[in-house]
Design a protein around this ligand. Structure first.
Ligand code: ADP
Ligand code: MG
Length: 344
């Protein structure tokens, strides 16, 4: 019987994951939370849980080795892994790292890659505890699994946001995306040039944000010290719009985000202007910021403001009102997620 053929683009990334995983039910009582959040949650003891997350990075899709230094790539792989653990309000403790190695990769490249991994592990207090090494026919492949721990009562899911909660954001948005745009521009301009001299002056911060982002475990620590447990949390990997919508979907709520409160770094705005683009688009749809988006009850406003480096960018509304970006002149723009569509 002919089964027919559905293109993946028809379902989109999240539709595809839903379709593939919908039939799975829990076989074990220890599985507290499966597919659908930043990490899975597994019972460890009466009041503690282990969280686990896995991520892949593929050459040519997630990174370009013509400008991505191996040391930074190793660092970023660790960030990508532990950021999902941190987004559950858990402390990352271990990682495993599996590599697919193509013939153009040298031992020296891998030494540098592991130097970056080691640096990130030391900085975050995480242990590398295993992995796998195999050959790849399709470029360098990195798969990272991150494991962390938390008290069950302190784990933050995407699903806990309540109407009137404040929507909070660490750091700033769009810098990583603009860093990528800058690297791509220089690569295009200098293609085929002998001894290329890329022009990065004044934009070093953007490059750092794209090539060597740090997971915000410091913020989770600050919140813990303040005794604040967010009602929901997610890390920014696909852009603010997508992450707000994920929280709204999981928490069955709406949201209002205020455009004038969008935190943008000076270099982000400067390069966006130079490239004749709107920096807000980079913030909404760029992604890979590895900042934390979280919600807290209204009465935590002062405590959050006192922590510094956190902006209150909006609030949670009823589900029926939808998720909107509010412009300074009072216009409402519906938030739209881009998500992943397969590359042609
Ligand atoms: P993140 O961006 O936080 O890493 P993703 O958007 O990649 O999360 O994934 C969303 C959810 O779907 C996660 O809970 C993840 O574990 C799950 N997931 C993604 N791909 C698969 C898959 N192929 N099989 C099972 N679960 C998956
Ligand atoms: Mg995530």
């Amino acid at each position: 019987m002919v089964k027919g053929r559905t293109e993946i683009a028809e379902l989109g990334e999240f539709g595809l994951i839903d379709r593939l995983t919908a039939k799975f039910s829990k076989n074990n009582k220890s599985t507290i939370c499966g597919v659908g959040d930043d990490a899975a949650v597994i019972e460890a003891s009466k009041d503690k849980a282990v969280v686990v997350s896995t991520d892949s990075m593929l050459e040519g899709v997630d990174f370009d080795l013509t400008y991505f230094p191996p040391k930074h790539l190793g660092y970023k792989a660790v960030t990508k892994g532990i950021s999902d653990v941190v987004a559950m309000n858990a402390v990352p403790e271990q990682i495993t790292l599996s590599l697919g190695i193509s013939s153009k990769i040298s031992v020296e490249f891998l030494d540098d890659f592991y130097e970056g991994v080691e640096f990130a592990c030391k900085e975050a207090g995480v242990d590398l505890v295993g992995g796998d090494t195999s050959a790849s026919m399709t470029g360098f492949v990195v798969n990272i699994t991150a494991i962390g721990r938390a008290k069950k009562s302190e784990i933050t899911y995407r699903s806990g946001a309540k109407e009137h909660d404040l929507i909070c954001l660490t750091g700033n948005l769009g810098a990583s995306y603009m860093g990528l745009r800058l690297l791509e521009r220089e690569r295009r301009v200098l293609q085929g040039v002998d001894n290329p001299q890329p022009q990065f002056e004044g934009y070093e911060y953007l490059l750092q944000r794209y090539l060597k982002p740090r997971a915000r475990y410091d913020m989770v620590e600050s919140l813990r010290k303040e005794g604040i447990v967010p009602t929901s949390m997610i890390d920014i990997t696909d852009g603010l719009a997508s992450e707000v919508l994920q929280i709204c979907k999981a928490s069955k709520c709406g949201a209002r985000i205020y455009l004038e409160r969008m935190p943008l770094a000076k270099q982000t705005t400067a390069l966006a202007e130079e490239m004749h683009m709107d920096p807000v688009v980079a913030a909404l749809n760029g992604g890979e910021d590895y900042e934390l988006l979280f919600t807290v009850p209204l009465d935590k406003r002062e405590q959050i403001m006192n922590l510094g480096c956190i902006d209150i960018i909006g609030h949670i509304t009823a589900e029926s009102t939808g998720a909107y970006l509010v412009t300074p002149d009072g216009k409402d723009i519906a938030l739209q997620a881009q998500g992943f569509t397969p590359k042609k």
